[in-house]
Write a protein that binds this ligand. Structure first.
Ligand code: CP3
Length: 346
């Protein structure tokens, strides 16, 4: 039994005593205890050792007071499990030294047995679940097929992913074959996460907003739809497609329980596009956590008023930045807890 199931009840469409709150990328570099583990173990060692992943996952629950834990891992463990080399370069981000360029490169990839290649994530989830001991729900996740294609083709981070887009527009059949391989792997991977104890699954489409509405449908939503269809009867599901606000209606039609939005759209506009039923998650500008605490508190009130306390999970509009002071992150979480309670009872 969960002691705090606000997130789950909200995603099921139930009214709750206050708005649940968590932060994307909450397990990570702004926490001093994370930085201590980072000195001793490499990024993938941290992901692959269930004891480390569980400890990192629980840190923000204990130190910041969020209403959910999200398993410490990375979206790039999927391309790694499919056979690609993935390095995490300190200060730079991911590097995939042998990116996919043409059809024959797909022969080097597998649709792996997820228990064999990603069993460590399932072990981390089971251990975390045990150590959480019902304090808060546990969120599992995966990257969307489009966002993973971006890294697998471009080979590194980018603001525009123009090589990944050029690959799709010049070799669409190869792109679709790759997207389908990622989709098939992801469905098996997410089902494994659910079996290991994930209460909610979030699909991160961090680069969905780089595509036109028509290309978003063609290269991203089409595959997200397959994933959601495969898991939504088993688990509560959230889609976060950053910048793809134009397709909120289509995302709601997948049957996902929640949709993430960033700070470039108002909650009212998002609600109009997404329809009345789906839960919206967001949408605090992560850089605003640098503002003085009284400003954060005021802006949280404004955000909660704009969502009207209804079918809403408070979150940032993208991941927390590495240099945010912990007390500012805590002020954000506390402000949601206090003000949303006042709103419900008044
Ligand atoms: O708290 C959590 O949200 C769980 C952990 C988590 C990580 N990555 C750990 C991580 C999650 C959910 C992710 C998702 C992820 N990874 C996304 C989607 C979310 C988003 O921010 O858009 C993406 C695009 C990636 C790929 C990735 N991993 C990049 C681009 C980078 C480098 C840039 C950066 O943010 O540092 C990573 C590295 C990474 N993944 C770190 C962490 C804590 C930082 C590296 C380190 O601490 O050593």
């Amino acid at each position: 039994m969960l002691q705090n199931d606000l997130l789950l009840r909200t995603l099921k469409g139930e009214a709750t005593e206050r708005t649940p709150v968590w932060m994307m990328r909450q397990a990570g570099r702004y926490l001093p205890d994370y930085m201590k583990l980072k000195e001793k173990y490499s990024f993938f060692e941290r992901c692959q050792t269930p004891e480390l992943a569980a400890a990192i996952t629980i840190q923000p629950v204990e130190q910041v007071g969020v209403d959910a834990a999200i398993i410490f891992s990375d979206i790039l463990v999927v391309p790694q499990a499919m056979g690609m080399e993935v390095e995490m370069i300190e200060g730079k981000g991911p590097l995939l030294p042998h990116p996919i360029q043409r059809y024959t490169d797909l022969h080097k990839l597998d649709i792996p047995d997820v228990h064999e290649k990603l069993g460590y994530v399932f072990d981390a989830l089971s251990l975390t679940k045990k150590e959480l001991n019902g304090r808060v729900p546990l969120i599992g996740f995966a990257g969307s097929p489009w966002t993973l294609l971006c890294y697998m083709v471009q080979g590194k981070g980018s603001k525009t992913f123009d090589e990944a887009k050029a690959f799709c527009y010049t070799q669409p059949d190869t792109a679709h074959r790759l997207l389908q391989m990622i989709t098939d792997t992801t469905i098996a991977y997410l089902k494994g996460q659910v079996a290991a104890g994930a209460d909610v699954i979030q699909i991160f489409d961090s680069w969905g907003g780089l595509l036109s509405p028509a290309d978003f449908e063609e290269y991203s939503l089409r595959y997200i739809r397959q994933i959601v269809a495969a898991i939504k009867e088993e688990v509560l599901t959230i889609i976060f497609a950053k910048g793809a606000w134009h397709s909120l209606e289509g995302m709601a039609a997948t049957g996902a329980h929640g949709l993430g939005i960033d700070w470039c759209i108002t909650p009212a506009m998002a609600r109009t596009l997404a329809g009345p039923a789906v839960v919206l998650q967001g949408n605090f500008d992560p850089a605003k956590l640098m503002a003085p605490i009284p400003v954060i508190q005021q802006e949280v009130k404004d955000m909660l008023d704009a969502f009207d306390g209804h079918h809403h999970i408070a979150n940032l509009g993208h991941g927390i930045l590495p240099y945010i002071p912990v007390d500012h992150a805590r002020a954000f979480v506390d402000a949601v807890k206090e003000y949303s309670k006042v709103k419900v009872t008044s």
